[in-house]
Ligand binder design. Sequence first.
Ligand code: FAD
Length: 342
Amino acid sequence: MDTILVLTHPADAGSPLSKASLEAITAGVKLAASLKASLVIGVIAADANVAASTPVPSGARLLSVTGDAFAQPRYASDAAAAEALCRTSAATIVLAPSGSRFSRVLAGVAYRLGGYIDTHITSVSSKDGVKIEAGRWFYRQRIESIISRSSRPWFLLLEAGTCAPFASASGATPAEEIKVELPAQRTTVTGVRAPAQDAETIRPDARLLFVAGAGWTKKQADGQTHTPEAAELILGFLRATKASLGSSKSLVDQHSEGESVLPFLTHLNQIGQTGATPRHPKGLSSCCHGEEPHVVGWRFISERRAISLDPNCGWSRGKADVVYVADAFQVMPKLNALLKSK
Ligand SMILES: Cc1cc2nc3c(=O)[nH]c(=O)nc-3n(C[C@H](O)[C@H](O)[C@H](O)COP(=O)(O)OP(=O)(O)OC[C@H]3O[C@@H](n4cnc5c(N)ncnc54)[C@H](O)[C@@H]3O)c2cc1C
């Protein structure tokens, strides 16, 4: 019989488990139920209180590795902690959220344990209660594959946003603390340098994706470009809604073509065939044509709306739920004012 271990960690040092960790617990609960397998939750954190307040599914075991060495992500300490949790639980299936922390270490941990790892997993299930089927997408989300392996332990890194976060009364199950002998540490984490929150425009957990297209920097009815005004409107909207910012390829490419550009956009914002395929409940596209390679990136956006001057734009041809045929330079100031008044 399989034993499923779900590896988890806090969002930041001192905070509770990350949302992606709670989503991985939900995946573990569902898989354990369909396989009638035992379930173990493993917590890696600096603070033992994180383990104590972890919501534990009924019947599951809770293991923790805690201490100051685990406050910050670092290969040597995280790999040692994950390895200890895998060995103690004798897990045959290991589920973990695919954030930077576990993506960095779990291939190495799988190797130490003689196991296999698959990444970017978007579903895990078992139809017959024996064979496990893990789903993932290839070729920019155009081909979906189902993977099954008989080798164990099998590590699966789960994409964020594919399960609801697990929620239940926490604290009823006491954590079993696992002691880990750390190798000599050559890496010291001295701090984190991150852009100011407003400067960070890619927010995977946001409820809304706002996409800016090349129209924002094109000549408008008065024959002039209005790029600084466009930048202010877009940033004002992001500040008010905490939306994530996406962009069309045409807009981010303009930088290398020497045209008028929005300074806060990089290729990391690009959505589409050659860009990202983010997952958000809602999306609003602005000044963007809705071309097919770009729309490919909207596959996992549940409700799509667009603002474009062009009534024949690609979005209107069944690719968006609602298209506002309107001037974004008029719509967005009104929208921002409404948001401000709230
Ligand atoms: C192989 C391949 C891969 C590609 N991969 C990607 C990809 O990953 N991502 C991607 O985005 N693209 C990709 N593209 C390019 C894609 O097909 C489109 O050409 C591109 O996304 C179009 O960008 P755009 O809509 O911003 O600009 P445009 O096509 O220039 O459209 C601008 C739009 O803004 C509107 N507009 C202008 N002013 C206003 C205003 N004031 N108010 C409202 N609307 C206004 C215009 O009516 C127009 O519809 C790829 C293309 C190929 C061939």
